[in-house]
Design a protein around this ligand. Structure first.
Ligand SMILES: Nc1ncnc2c1ncn2[C@@H]1O[C@H](COP(=O)(O)OP(=O)(O)OP(=O)(O)O)[C@@H](O)[C@H]1O
Ligand SMILES: [Mg+2]
Length: 346
């Protein structure tokens, strides 16, 4: 089945063509980062308008790259939530309109299920069951995954998501948006041990996270340095390293706990923060000690992209799932409410 996938949940327009027999044929992305950077974060109305502008040229681009014609597309998958309502509606309307015009089915995909399944596009995909750590701009969740649509939430952030904490912390220190890659870049030059930040909620049992206090701790440290007349680049790097190490160690401790609790040995990491090299290394080391394995997607499939939506949508379409023609999106949507693929197939 040849599936066109559309992603528009936030500030990236992602389009891809995935074939159930041949795999990923083409994918294209337009990132709106430059559009929003001047505001220090995503402006929803600007995001929606830009998705409208980018969608059709990107669809033409992937068709050209894959050497396919629109008439060959057998289904359309789109992100139906969670995300910014206006941005989601652009992708949903476009997908439903194209599906109607082409006389093919459409399916709405859960954005976090897309992230979760992105490592399936790699040469060495994970096998079910596994524990997934979803770490993105809007989510930090630990999930037990027994199959597609078989999700048990083990823990999540009670305040800021990990990516959000990277972004807000970077902003406090006058760094560019998005903050994750900026902090990671500065951390490479940081002096280990100059600052040590807390590992939130690791001293008590449970699998929930909290990153908002860490952000405040970082701000206080930065302000103390500035008050003492030290605004040097090296100090920024040292603070970035201490912050990154605190986030990475906290996530690693909770992943180890989740693996122990479930008795599983496979860990999948997905979402924008899973592109972080320090996090990958820390989890590789931990899984090495446990004689388990960690799986992740190539960096450009960690952040938002159309390929993960085309892949997840294809699995659901093959199981018989369909949505529409009504255009509905869900800005807030729990992954645990998704139908299991086994159930959808019967
Ligand atoms: N190398 C990195 N290190 C740390 N964080 C990173 C890195 N690369 C990207 N990020 C962070 O990843 C986030 C973006 O990821 P993603 O696109 O998955 O999130 P989102 O789509 O905004 O949120 P959600 O998927 O929860 O709706 C940003 O917060 C960004 O700072
Ligand atoms: Mg995302």
């Amino acid at each position: 089945m040849l599936v066109l996938g559309l992603e528009t949940s936030c500030d990236e327009t992602g389009v891809a063509l995935y074939d159930s027999e041949q795999g990923l044929l083409a994918d294209a992305l337009f990132s709106q980062i430059d559009l929003h950077r001047v505001y220090g974060g995503v402006v929803p109305e600007l995001a929606s308008r830009d998705h409208v502008k980018r969608m059709l040229p990107l669809i033409r681009q992937v068709l050209d790259e894959a050497g396919r014609k629109a008439a060959q597309i057998e289904a359309v998958a789109y992100t139906a939530g969670p995300g910014l309502v206006g941005a989601l509606l652009v992708g949903a309307s476009c997908a439903q309109a194209l599906a109607l015009a082409w006389g093919v089915p459409a399916v709405g995909v859960h954005h976090m299920e897309g992230h979760l399944l992105a490592p399936m596009l790699e040469a060495r995909p994970p096998a079910f069951p596994f524990v997934a750590l979803l770490v993105s701009g809007g989510h930090t969740q630990l999930v037990r995954v027994d199959g597609i649509g078989q999700y048990e939430l083990l823990g999540e952030s009670v305040d800021d998501a990990a990516g959000e904490a990277f972004d807000k912390t970077a902003k406090l220190m006058g760094l560019r948006y998005p903050g994750g890659p900026e902090i990671a870049r500065l951390a490479e030059q940081g002096t280990p041990g100059r600052f040590v930040f807390p590992r939130p909620m690791t001293d008590r049992p449970g699998l929930d996270f909290s990153f908002s206090g860490l952000k405040t701790f970082t701000l206080n440290t930065w302000q103390q340095c500035r008050a003492a007349g030290d605004e040097s680049e090296q100090t920024r790097c040292d603070i970035a390293l201490a912050f990154q190490q605190a986030v990475v160690e906290t996530l690693t401790i909770k992943c180890r706990r989740a693996l122990k609790q479930t008795g599983l040995k496979s860990l999948v990491i997905a979402g924008g923060v899973s592109a972080n090299q320090s996090l990958r290394q820390s989890l590789e080391k931990m899984l090495g000690e446990l004689k388990g394995q960690v799986f992740y997607a190539r960096p450009r499939f960690c952040t938002d992209n159309g390929a993960m939506i085309a892949y997840a949508g294809c699995q659901r379409l093959l199981a018989g799932q369909r949505d529409g023609p009504a255009i509905t999106v869900q800005p807030r949507w729990s992954m645990e409410t998704l139908p299991s693929l086994k159930l959808a197939a019967v």
